[in-house]
Ligand binder design. Structure first.
Ligand code: HEC
Length: 157
């Protein structure tokens, strides 16, 4: 009897410890950032978006002089918010990165990028940033969506 009680208490203790630890972790993750932290984080993101913009307009990803922007000006018709989805061209459920590599290999006649490379992350960041504010529509093959419209400039701050 005493053994059972000890076990129950031990279990309860472990559970409480785990829960408190979990709550502390959640609180940590949600802690409000200082203004300057947010600014630095945003600058790091925009640096990646800008790198993506440069690559988007660069023929160096391929071997035939074409750039992404020739067919996708301002990232048009890349529909990043619709991934993952079944993409007919690759015949399977594809991620955005797989589809970017499809275009590098087919229309651009280039060499696929490692999916975790800085270049791939930059291209992805640019495309997604150009569609900021869109509702996620995984699997949506029903239409092409235009990027967010801006008055002038590259499409991002
Ligand atoms: C010669 C024209 C051409 C070029 C250049 C090109 N693409 Fe594409 N892209 C296409 C076509 C065609 C599709 C397939 C459209 C479809 O499936 O409806 C496509 C599809 C995509 C999609 C998926 C869109 C969707 O909704 O499924 C992404 C993302 C994409 N391209 C990114 C890129 C990137 C990044 C580059 C540059 C590395 C690039 N494309 C260069 C023609 C091009």
């Amino acid at each position: 009897m005493r053994g059972t009680r000890t076990l129950v208490l031990l279990g309860l203790g472990a559970f409480l410890g785990f829960s408190i630890n979990f709550l502390i972790n959640v609180a940590e993750a949600r802690k409000p950032f200082e203004e300057e932290d947010l600014k630095a984080m945003n600058e790091a993101l925009m640096e990646l978006v800008k790198k993506g913009d440069e690559l988007w307009h660069s023929p160096k990803l391929g071997n035939n002089g074409l750039t992404c922007a020739n067919c996708h000006p301002d990232a048009a018709n890349t529909n990043p918010h619709t991934f993952p989805k079944f993409q007919d061209n690759v015949g399977k459920v594809a991620t955005l990165r797989e589809m970017i590599n499809w275009c590098i290999q087919r229309p651009l006649e280039g060499k696929a990028l490692p999916e975790d490379s800085e270049e791939m992350k930059a291209l992805e960041a640019y495309a997604i940033y150009m569609y900021r504010g869109y509702t996620l529509r995984p699997g949506d093959n029903t239409r092409e969506y235009p990027p967010v419209k801006v008055e002038s400039g590259p499409g991002y701050p």
